[in-house]
Design a protein. Structure first.
Length: 224
Protein backbone atom coordinates (compact mmCIF):
# COMPACT_ATOMS: atom_id res chain seq x y z
CA UNK A 1 0.00 0.00 0.00
CA UNK A 2 1.34 3.42 -0.96
CA UNK A 3 1.47 6.42 1.37
CA UNK A 4 -1.44 7.91 -0.55
CA UNK A 5 -3.54 4.78 -0.04
CA UNK A 6 -2.69 4.75 3.65
CA UNK A 7 -3.80 8.37 4.10
CA UNK A 8 -7.07 7.79 2.23
CA UNK A 9 -7.70 4.62 4.24
CA UNK A 10 -7.33 6.58 7.48
CA UNK A 11 -9.75 9.25 6.25
CA UNK A 12 -12.32 6.64 5.18
CA UNK A 13 -12.03 4.87 8.53
CA UNK A 14 -12.63 8.14 10.40
CA UNK A 15 -15.75 8.76 8.28
CA UNK A 16 -16.94 5.20 8.59
CA UNK A 17 -17.13 4.61 4.83
CA UNK A 18 -15.56 2.10 2.46
CA UNK A 19 -14.86 4.48 -0.43
CA UNK A 20 -16.92 2.66 -3.04
CA UNK A 21 -20.40 3.72 -1.84
CA UNK A 22 -22.46 4.61 -4.94
CA UNK A 23 -24.72 7.05 -3.12
CA UNK A 24 -21.83 9.05 -1.71
CA UNK A 25 -20.12 9.15 -5.11
CA UNK A 26 -23.33 10.41 -6.73
CA UNK A 27 -23.71 13.12 -4.09
CA UNK A 28 -20.14 14.31 -4.62
CA UNK A 29 -20.52 14.39 -8.41
CA UNK A 30 -23.76 16.34 -8.13
CA UNK A 31 -22.18 18.80 -5.70
CA UNK A 32 -19.29 19.43 -8.06
CA UNK A 33 -21.55 19.76 -11.11
CA UNK A 34 -23.90 22.22 -9.39
CA UNK A 35 -21.25 24.32 -7.66
CA UNK A 36 -21.85 28.01 -8.43
CA UNK A 37 -19.27 29.75 -10.58
CA UNK A 38 -17.02 32.29 -8.95
CA UNK A 39 -16.43 35.83 -10.12
CA UNK A 40 -15.27 35.75 -13.76
CA UNK A 41 -13.72 38.92 -15.28
CA UNK A 42 -15.62 40.36 -18.22
CA UNK A 43 -12.40 41.25 -20.05
CA UNK A 44 -12.02 37.94 -21.88
CA UNK A 45 -15.66 37.43 -22.81
CA UNK A 46 -17.10 37.80 -26.30
CA UNK A 47 -17.24 35.90 -29.56
CA UNK A 48 -14.26 34.09 -31.10
CA UNK A 49 -12.92 37.21 -32.82
CA UNK A 50 -13.16 39.27 -29.63
CA UNK A 51 -11.42 36.59 -27.57
CA UNK A 52 -8.59 36.32 -30.11
CA UNK A 53 -8.13 40.10 -30.16
CA UNK A 54 -8.09 40.31 -26.36
CA UNK A 55 -5.63 37.44 -26.08
CA UNK A 56 -3.28 39.10 -28.58
CA UNK A 57 -3.46 42.43 -26.75
CA UNK A 58 -2.84 40.91 -23.32
CA UNK A 59 -0.02 38.63 -24.55
CA UNK A 60 1.78 41.54 -26.18
CA UNK A 61 1.26 43.59 -23.02
CA UNK A 62 3.16 40.82 -21.22
CA UNK A 63 6.03 41.25 -23.74
CA UNK A 64 5.28 38.22 -25.92
CA UNK A 65 5.14 38.71 -29.68
CA UNK A 66 2.08 37.46 -31.56
CA UNK A 67 1.61 36.85 -35.27
CA UNK A 68 -1.58 35.59 -36.90
CA UNK A 69 -1.51 33.22 -39.88
CA UNK A 70 -4.41 31.86 -41.88
CA UNK A 71 -3.56 28.17 -41.76
CA UNK A 72 -1.28 25.79 -39.88
CA UNK A 73 0.73 25.27 -43.07
CA UNK A 74 2.07 28.83 -42.69
CA UNK A 75 3.42 28.33 -39.16
CA UNK A 76 6.83 26.81 -40.08
CA UNK A 77 7.62 29.65 -42.47
CA UNK A 78 6.67 32.20 -39.81
CA UNK A 79 8.99 30.61 -37.26
CA UNK A 80 11.78 30.44 -39.83
CA UNK A 81 11.23 34.13 -40.63
CA UNK A 82 11.42 35.09 -36.96
CA UNK A 83 14.67 33.19 -36.42
CA UNK A 84 16.20 34.65 -39.56
CA UNK A 85 15.28 38.25 -38.70
CA UNK A 86 16.53 37.83 -35.13
CA UNK A 87 19.81 36.38 -36.47
CA UNK A 88 19.22 33.15 -34.53
CA UNK A 89 20.27 29.62 -35.56
CA UNK A 90 17.80 27.79 -37.81
CA UNK A 91 17.33 24.97 -35.32
CA UNK A 92 14.16 23.84 -33.59
CA UNK A 93 13.23 21.12 -31.10
CA UNK A 94 9.69 19.79 -30.79
CA UNK A 95 7.76 16.94 -29.24
CA UNK A 96 5.49 14.36 -30.84
CA UNK A 97 2.35 16.48 -31.20
CA UNK A 98 0.57 15.27 -34.37
CA UNK A 99 -0.56 18.81 -35.13
CA UNK A 100 3.07 19.91 -35.34
CA UNK A 101 4.10 16.79 -37.26
CA UNK A 102 1.51 17.55 -39.95
CA UNK A 103 2.99 20.99 -40.70
CA UNK A 104 5.32 21.43 -43.73
CA UNK A 105 8.61 21.89 -41.90
CA UNK A 106 10.45 20.41 -44.87
CA UNK A 107 9.64 23.54 -46.87
CA UNK A 108 11.90 25.56 -44.58
CA UNK A 109 15.64 25.41 -43.86
CA UNK A 110 15.01 24.61 -40.20
CA UNK A 111 17.01 21.76 -38.66
CA UNK A 112 14.54 19.79 -36.52
CA UNK A 113 15.20 17.63 -33.50
CA UNK A 114 12.58 15.78 -31.49
CA UNK A 115 11.89 14.92 -27.87
CA UNK A 116 12.47 16.59 -24.52
CA UNK A 117 15.17 19.25 -24.23
CA UNK A 118 18.37 18.50 -22.34
CA UNK A 119 19.05 22.20 -21.80
CA UNK A 120 21.23 22.74 -24.86
CA UNK A 121 18.50 23.83 -27.29
CA UNK A 122 18.26 27.48 -28.25
CA UNK A 123 14.84 27.15 -29.85
CA UNK A 124 11.79 25.04 -29.00
CA UNK A 125 8.24 24.89 -30.31
CA UNK A 126 5.08 23.69 -28.60
CA UNK A 127 1.40 23.46 -29.49
CA UNK A 128 -0.80 25.01 -26.81
CA UNK A 129 -3.75 23.18 -25.31
CA UNK A 130 -5.52 26.51 -24.95
CA UNK A 131 -4.99 30.26 -24.78
CA UNK A 132 -6.70 32.45 -22.20
CA UNK A 133 -7.98 35.79 -23.44
CA UNK A 134 -8.43 37.19 -19.94
CA UNK A 135 -4.69 37.52 -19.34
CA UNK A 136 -2.90 36.56 -22.57
CA UNK A 137 -1.88 33.28 -20.98
CA UNK A 138 -0.98 29.98 -22.65
CA UNK A 139 -2.04 26.63 -21.19
CA UNK A 140 0.39 23.83 -22.09
CA UNK A 141 -0.09 20.20 -21.06
CA UNK A 142 2.86 17.95 -20.29
CA UNK A 143 3.55 14.70 -22.10
CA UNK A 144 5.48 13.32 -25.08
CA UNK A 145 3.45 15.51 -27.46
CA UNK A 146 4.73 18.70 -25.84
CA UNK A 147 7.47 18.03 -23.27
CA UNK A 148 7.48 20.47 -20.36
CA UNK A 149 11.23 21.03 -20.77
CA UNK A 150 10.52 22.87 -24.03
CA UNK A 151 8.53 25.45 -22.07
CA UNK A 152 11.47 26.44 -19.87
CA UNK A 153 14.91 25.39 -21.14
CA UNK A 154 15.32 26.91 -24.65
CA UNK A 155 16.14 30.61 -24.89
CA UNK A 156 13.42 31.11 -27.48
CA UNK A 157 10.02 29.47 -27.16
CA UNK A 158 7.59 29.33 -30.05
CA UNK A 159 4.01 28.37 -29.30
CA UNK A 160 1.39 27.60 -31.91
CA UNK A 161 -2.19 28.39 -30.85
CA UNK A 162 -5.28 27.53 -32.84
CA UNK A 163 -7.89 30.28 -32.72
CA UNK A 164 -10.56 27.70 -31.88
CA UNK A 165 -8.67 27.01 -28.63
CA UNK A 166 -8.74 30.60 -27.38
CA UNK A 167 -11.07 30.62 -24.37
CA UNK A 168 -12.35 33.51 -22.32
CA UNK A 169 -11.08 32.68 -18.85
CA UNK A 170 -9.23 30.19 -16.63
CA UNK A 171 -12.44 28.41 -15.63
CA UNK A 172 -13.04 27.55 -19.29
CA UNK A 173 -9.61 25.91 -19.57
CA UNK A 174 -10.31 23.45 -16.76
CA UNK A 175 -13.80 22.71 -18.06
CA UNK A 176 -12.42 21.97 -21.53
CA UNK A 177 -9.59 19.88 -20.11
CA UNK A 178 -11.92 17.71 -18.04
CA UNK A 179 -14.16 17.16 -21.06
CA UNK A 180 -11.29 16.30 -23.41
CA UNK A 181 -9.17 14.10 -21.14
CA UNK A 182 -11.65 12.66 -18.67
CA UNK A 183 -10.97 11.10 -15.30
CA UNK A 184 -7.76 9.15 -14.84
CA UNK A 185 -5.99 10.49 -17.92
CA UNK A 186 -5.48 14.15 -17.09
CA UNK A 187 -1.98 15.50 -17.86
CA UNK A 188 0.50 15.28 -15.03
CA UNK A 189 1.41 18.95 -15.34
CA UNK A 190 -0.31 22.02 -16.77
CA UNK A 191 1.91 25.06 -17.29
CA UNK A 192 0.25 28.48 -17.45
CA UNK A 193 2.64 30.85 -19.22
CA UNK A 194 2.18 34.60 -19.60
CA UNK A 195 4.93 36.24 -21.59
CA UNK A 196 8.65 35.40 -21.52
CA UNK A 197 10.41 34.58 -18.27
CA UNK A 198 11.25 37.64 -16.19
CA UNK A 199 12.43 38.76 -12.79
CA UNK A 200 12.94 42.08 -11.04
CA UNK A 201 14.32 40.62 -7.82
CA UNK A 202 17.68 42.39 -8.13
CA UNK A 203 17.41 46.15 -7.56
CA UNK A 204 13.92 46.10 -9.12
CA UNK A 205 15.50 45.90 -12.59
CA UNK A 206 13.44 43.84 -15.01
CA UNK A 207 15.47 41.01 -16.53
CA UNK A 208 14.02 38.80 -19.27
CA UNK A 209 15.02 35.15 -19.41
CA UNK A 210 15.74 34.92 -15.70
CA UNK A 211 14.15 31.51 -15.16
CA UNK A 212 13.23 30.41 -18.69
CA UNK A 213 12.91 31.64 -22.29
CA UNK A 214 13.88 35.26 -22.92
CA UNK A 215 11.62 35.36 -25.99
CA UNK A 216 8.09 34.02 -26.43
CA UNK A 217 6.73 34.14 -29.97
CA UNK A 218 3.13 33.04 -30.44
CA UNK A 219 1.79 31.96 -33.82
CA UNK A 220 -1.99 32.09 -33.82
CA UNK A 221 -3.63 29.97 -36.52
CA UNK A 222 -7.02 31.37 -37.54
CA UNK A 223 -8.29 28.15 -39.13
CA UNK A 224 -8.78 25.14 -36.83
Amino acid sequence: MSARDEILAVIRASLGVAGADATRRLEVNERLALAPAGVVPARGQGDAAARAATFKFEAERAQASVVEVTSAAEAPAEIARYLRQANLPATLRMGEDPRLAAMPWGETALELTHGASDGHDLNGVSAAFAAIAESGTLALCSGPDNPTTLNFLPDNHFVIVFADDVVADYESVWKTMRARYGKGVMPRTVNLITGPSRSADIEQTLLLGAHGPRRLHIVMVREG
